[in-house]
Design a protein around this ligand. Structure first.
Ligand code: NAP
Ligand code: MG
Length: 493
């Protein structure tokens, strides 16, 4: 196996063996190898398992590449590399660690277009989102944590922080490179070493990040990347030399991991699912709110843990909101994710599409009324038109369970008190949105919503300096901000 994928910048377009688009945005050329190995101890290497799986472009169903499947022996090697690298990395002068993070951030920016194209090809999200959100935000996380590396004494005044050791990090497919950055940057800033497992449908950008680690000369073993399905993740989480597990994914798997790790002494942080409320009051600017609702649920095809999937509208403006919502949704462009004008791309996998379709059936069967945009969907690939349900009861499955797709459940409320009760009536608590003209209402309601993030007259805004995480079954621990560092340090008084 060749050591690392070759990236060239030729004026003509060449998409390796796997991609046949006639045009690429901004003339970006991306070479995709036929096969990818694991990234262990600073090198790409074939898996001991000798097994590979396909990664597919969900917009065309074309196989992009073969990705290694890590087994127990591979996990052993990766964890051993991280363990061996830990003492030296931990002792490295903090300002030197910061330089590596800074260089990684710069390389992400420099290779930003290539990373955006790859993210969109592998995962199906619109190129404007990969280009303007995922990749720049990933760079920001490395810049932000480069700043913290030599200032950790100021993060927790009066306390000394020491790194934990080998951190296992398992991430989902909805923001592949961004989730890798959320995990790796704080771990390294605090002096830990890492074994990362990306989701099986979206490993390509994490593997490209591994190339960046080689380019900036990150010491071998400081970050290792193993690919494969859930079993590979389970083996990694269970490894005896792992000191900490940071998991982002479904509540079901999160609970299973929490049970498995109980009593092991390993530190655990969980970023899990959500069913976030977006609440519009009668005094809100309705156009602004409708725009925020659309952004809140249809961004990244609704594959967003904090998606505003339950819309609560105050009774007096329900009719007007529904009318404007229908017009706004009708204008959304669904289709080719590589087209810069596309608003909704492809559903990430056939499995996820089947899950979404099941919820659409259940929603109708339980008595809610389904509406869908009439946007023409491509023939090949995995697609779901932007959908919204009216006549939804709080007891309906579509009002209670996370769908993780472009599906909105609309409900009403009469009083602020009722809005709060209904919004909090969920096992989740990741995020919430409030739309109102009254500042006092914002403070009162935000203080009573059980959610890790509350957006006011906006939605889905992210900031590396702001901690993110959930209440209740949305998980525990925070990522980002000063509070996120705590997950990667042992604090001594
Ligand atoms: P998932 O099925 O739980 O998978 C997440 C990751 O865990 C993947 O890498 C997966 O590998 C791996 N995995 C699966 N089973 C495992 C096991 N038994 N032991 C260890 N690892 C295992 O979730 P998903 O469908 O990929 O992602 C969607 C979920 O993530 C949604 O619920 C969403 O709300 C949540 N999410 C939360 C946040 C947050 O910050 N709170 C952010 C993004 C997403 P495979 O890919 O091979 O299955
Ligand atoms: Mg894929």
């Amino acid at each position: 196996m060749s050591p690392s994928p070759k990236i060239e910048s030729k004026p003509e377009l060449d998409f390796g063996n796997a991609w046949d688009y006639a045009t690429a945005p901004e003339g970006t050329q991306v070479v995709i190898q036929e096969k990818y190995g694991l990234f262990i101890n600073g090198e790409f290497c074939p898996p001991r398992s000798k097994q590979f799986m396909d990664t597919v472009n969900p917009a065309s169903e074309v196989v992009l590449a073969k990705i290694a499947i890590a087994n127990h022996a591979d996990v052993d090697l990766a964890v051993a590399a991280a363990k061996a690298a830990f003492p030296k990395w931990k002792r490295l002068k903090a300002s030197e660690r910061a330089k590596y993070l800074f260089r990684i951030a710069r390389r992400i920016q420099e290779r930003g277009r290539e990373l955006a194209v790859l993210e969109t090809l592998d995962g199906g999200k619109p190129i404007k989102e990969s280009r303007d959100v995922d990749i720049p935000e990933a760079a920001k996380h490395f810049f932000y944590h480069a700043g913290w590396a030599d200032k950790l004494d100021y993060a927790f005044p009066g306390l000394t922080g020491t790194p934990l050791g080998v951190c296992a990090q398992i991430i989902p497919w909805n923001f592949p490179l961004l989730m890798a950055a959320w995990k790796i940057a704080p771990a390294l800033a605090c002096g830990n070493t890492v074994v990362l497992k990306p989701a099986e449908t979206t490993s390509l950008t994490a593997l490209r990040l591994a190339e960046i680690f080689q380019e900036v000369g990150l010491p071998p073993g400081v970050v290792n990347i193993i690919t494969g399905p859930g079993n590979s993740g389970a083996a990694l989480a269970a490894h005896k030399d792992v000191q900490k597990l940071a998991f982002t994914g479904s509540t079901r798997v999160g609970k299973e991991l929490a049970r498995n790790l109980a009593g092991s002494g390993k530190r655990l942080t969980l970023e899990l699912g959500g069913k976030s409320p977006n609440i519009i009051f009668e005094d809100a600017s309705i156009d602004q709110a409708v725009d925020g609702v659309v952004q809140g649920i249809y961004f990244n095809q609704g594959h967003v843990c904090c998606a505003g999937s339950r819309l609560f509208v105050q009774e007096g403006i329900m009719e007007e909101v529904l009318a404007r919502l229908a017009v706004r949704i009708a204008s959304l462009r669904v289709g080719d994710p590589m087209d810069k004008n596309t608003d909704l791309g492809a559903i990430n996998s056939l499995g996820q599409l089947a899950t979404i379709k099941r919820y659409l059936e259940v929603g109708t069967a339980e008595g809610a009324h389904m509406h869908q945009s009439t946007a023409k969907l491509p023939k090949r690939g995995y697609w779901c038109a932007p959908t919204w349900f009216t006549e939804v009861q709080p007891s309906h499955t579509i009002a209670r369970e996370e769908i993780f797709g472009p599906v909105l459940s609309v409900m009403s409320f009469r009083t602020p008190e009722e809005a709060i009760t209904r919004a909090n009536n969920t096992p989740y608590g990741l995020a919430a949105g409030i739309w109102t003209d009254k500042g006092s209402k914002i403070f009162e309601i935000a203080s009573r919503l059980q959610a890790g993030v509350v957006w006011c007259n906006s939605y889905n805004r992210f900031d590396a300096a702001s901690p993110f995480g959930g209440y209740k079954q949305s998980g525990f621990g925070r990522e980002g901000g000063r509070q996120g560092l705590w997950s990667y340090l042992e604090l001594k008084a």
